[in-house]
Unconditional design. Structure first.
Length: 201
């Protein structure tokens, strides 16, 4: 059996909920448990606990200084080799908090740069990998075939721009976020998390 290489992993929970237990939190905790058990170095951050303005008020025409929590998060992102981004889909879209995190963090000088001659951004985050785990109330086949997986496509474009390799998109459908405990039908999802956490992918 091939030995799994030890990785530095950062889990980013993008669920905005602060006062209730969510399936996103269960995913983060389960992944972290198995990754830690396998010997990986794992950190976990909840975006909902960070103090930052998710709005890029002037677009990118003017630099918007990062809040201390975003500076700390960015340092953790630089240190980690592999990221795990977790969030629910609401009305087929990521929560505003996740979009705000992307707009504030993935900026010139951190995720990409320009050399003044080549019009396409030069990626800065080469060598890093990311796993995106999405929960949604719709069944997986609805997200896959009827919606066209727009969130997957958007994030794939973003990470390609930064030079990152996407390990994969894992979709957990038919989820009820208001449930504080996972029913038996979710057991297959937790088995998948065991595989991902153990392998660090």
């Amino acid at each position: 059996m091939q030995k799994t290489s030890v990785k530095k992993i950062l889990i980013i929970n993008g669920n905005p909920a602060r006062e209730r237990t969510t399936f996103s939190a269960a995913i983060a905790g389960n992944y972290m448990h198995h990754a830690d058990k396998a010997g990986h170095s794992v950190k976990s951050i909840k975006l909902s606990e960070l103090a930052f303005d998710p709005i890029q008020h002037e677009g990118y025409a003017k630099e918007q200084p990062l809040e201390q929590d975003l500076i700390t998060l960015r340092e953790a992102m630089v240190e980690a080799e592999h990221w795990v981004l977790i969030f629910p889909l609401w009305y087929g879209l990521p929560p505003a908090l996740v979009k705000g995190f992307i707009e504030r963090i993935f900026v010139k000088g951190f995720a990409f740069d320009f050399n003044g001659l080549y019009p396409v951004p030069l990626p800065i985050l080469k060598g890093k990998t990311v796993r995106v785990i999405i929960t949604c109330s719709m069944p997986n086949f609805v997200y896959d075939w009827l919606s066209g997986k727009p969130t997957n496509k958007d994030l794939q474009t973003l990470f390609n721009l930064c030079g990152m390799k996407v390990s994969g998109f894992t979709i957990f459908g038919s989820i009820t976020e208001t449930s504080s405990s996972a029913p038996n039908r979710y057991n297959g999802y937790f088995e998948k998390l065991r595989e991902l956490g153990t392998s660090g992918t």
